[in-house]
Design a binder for this molecule. Structure first.
Ligand code: GLA
Length: 392
């Protein structure tokens, strides 16, 4: 049963009435442009077919009730909360994600009513594929929908505004200092395309990315690990970038030109140089990849994906053994390129693989994991899919 059907069916069964609607939003992989979003830079994600669905009905008493139905089918009920009483710190655990969205929408003055929410999804959790943003984006559309608001491209609220509210929820309610990549991907991606987003200007371009038509696949390799350092290291990297931008006298590392990079770096303390080198070269790689995709030269992007991984591993230092083993094994077995995707320190890698090498690459990754004494990874082909929407 799809997450949408399951959320609707469970809503009826557990709450004994009919939802007013069902909304869903996908997880994502980022093709390239990593750790650039909070530097006002460039990213190129696409949406996964995996989604989180929220069946929802308005409540007249201002309460927010939340039930999530896991893979095992067992419902978990969060403690109900009054929307008017939500404040950062007032809700912890998984319920902080939907509650934070309700708080952000209330703060923005766009949706303040109570709601019953029943949530079901198939985005692998903890895999760096943005399951939490899929949840938050689906909840945002659901709560807006219950308030009679349907965001779109042209009229307020736009999807870009919704992305900012979800970011506010994540930054100020949940307490994770993340950028705009994941929410924008979940809200704005379309099938068979990657989304080229300029985070500073908000400009978006849907770039055709039909890997299957080019005889290729994007293989996702979920390492099934998340190292405890992930959260603290993310904040440290971010602060390092902000310090470097301040020392260079620019608003963000986005403003550091690639030309003359060596001289720019020489003016910085040694510990900040590799961070700046990563961000500047990664933005350049995004532009190169976008140019290749616009020309339909999908196979040409492989080496840039691998160069991105090397930069994240050696300069930005957010990779880990599990990701490096996956990338090396995939490239060794005929992938055109491979890289970690998302924040790093575990989570998933992606590999661009000619379909006739698919079995060989999967086998090589499994064997390499065995040899390295790592637990088996989960692998699947990622097909660029639709963004968030109302389903019923
Ligand atoms: C996480 C964050 C994003 C982005 C990536 C790294 O996924 O949520 O905002 O910073 O890491 O590119």
């Amino acid at each position: 049963m799809s997450p949408v059907d399951r959320a609707a069916e469970r809503f009826r069964r557990l709450l004994d009435h009919t939802p007013d609607g069902v909304w869903s939003a996908p997880g994502r992989v980022n093709l390239i442009g990593e750790h650039t979003d909070y530097n006002d830079g460039l990213v190129l994600p696409f949406a996964l077919p995996h989604r989180v669905a929220v069946a929802a009905a308005a409540r007249a008493d201002g309460q927010l009730t939340m039930i999530t139905v896991g893979d095992d089918g067992v419902p978990q009920r969060a403690r109900p909360a009054a929307v008017s009483g939500l404040e950062p710190g007032s809700v912890t655990g998984w319920a902080a994600f939907p509650s934070g969205v309700a708080w952000a929408l209330r703060e923005a003055g766009v949706a303040e009513g109570g709601a019953d929410l029943v949530i079901s999804g198939d985005v692998p959790a903890g895999a760096g594929l943005s399951s939490s943003h899929a949840l938050q984006c689906a909840v945002a559309l659901a709560l807006l929908g219950l308030a009679g608001v349907a965001p779109d491209e042209d009229s307020s609220p736009t999807l870009a505004e919704v992305a900012r509210w979800v970011q506010r929820s994540e930054n100020d309610f949940v307490g994770a200092p993340t950028g705009l990549l994941d929410q924008t991907a979940s809200l704005c991606c379309v099938a068979a395309h990657a989304l080229f987003l300029d985070v500073r200007s908000g400009a978006r371009e849907q770039v055709p990315f039909d890997a299957a038509a080019a005889g290729l696949e994007v293989l996702v390799i979920d390492t099934r690990t998340k190292h405890s350092l992930a959260d603290s290291a993310y904040g440290e990297r971010r602060r390092g970038c902000e310090r470097a931008a301040a020392l260079l006298g620019v608003p963000a590392l986005r403003d550091v030109p690639a030309a003359g990079l060596a001289e720019t770096l020489a003016a910085l303390p040694e510990d900040l140089r590799p961070l700046v080198r990563h961000v500047v070269t990664e933005n350049e790689r995004v532009l190169t990849v976008v140019t290749a995709l616009r020309a339909g030269a999908l196979a040409d992007i492989g080496p840039h994906l691998t160069a991105s991984h090397t930069s994240l591993r050696d300069d930005y230092r957010v990779s880990c053994r599990e990701l490096d083993v996956a990338v090396d094994a995939a490239v060794g077995a005929g992938a055109l390129g491979a890289r970690m995707t998302g924040g790093g320190f575990g989570g998933s890698a992606i590999a661009l693989v000619p379909v006739d090498r698919s079995d060989a690459v999967r086998e090589a990754v499994s064997t390499a994991y065995d040899r390295a004494d790592l637990g088996a990874p989960r692998m699947f082909t990622a097909v660029p899919s639709a963004g968030a929407r109302r389903d019923a």
